[in-house]
Design a protein around this ligand. Structure first.
Ligand SMILES: [Mg+2]
Ligand SMILES: [Zn+2]
Length: 97
């Protein structure tokens, strides 16, 4: 699935709810998912299945926020992350930090 297709799916599924909730409350849900990921990463035995679910949630809520702002994430990703590091122009990145 292309990223644009995923964002479209999230729009089909949740746009009405996202609009009713509003962007600030939608952002709080994203923060909650990030908190869930943080909790999972604190442990010593990393549960990759649960971690992958939380990462999926984070991408889904991020897509909801982009939908509310009418931002196409696939374009944004290509622009911000072209096939090289936008700072050092290398792939892989050779930036010092
Ligand atoms: Mg979650
Ligand atoms: Zn770099």
């Amino acid at each position: 699935m292309r990223f644009s297709e995923f964002q479209k799916l999230i729009k089909e599924l949740y746009f009405k709810k996202d609009q009713a909730r509003g962007i600030k409350s939608t952002f709080l849900w994203l923060m909650e998912e990030i908190g869930e990921l943080a909790t999972l990463l604190k442990g010593t035995d990393l549960d990759k299945e649960k971690i992958s679910e939380e990462i999926a949630d984070i991408i889904a809520w991020t897509s909801s926020i982009a939908n509310l702002l009418d931002i196409e994430l696939e374009n944004a990703l290509k622009h911000k992350y072209p096939n090289k590091c936008s700072k050092c122009n290398s792939n892989p990145c050779i930036c010092k930090s």
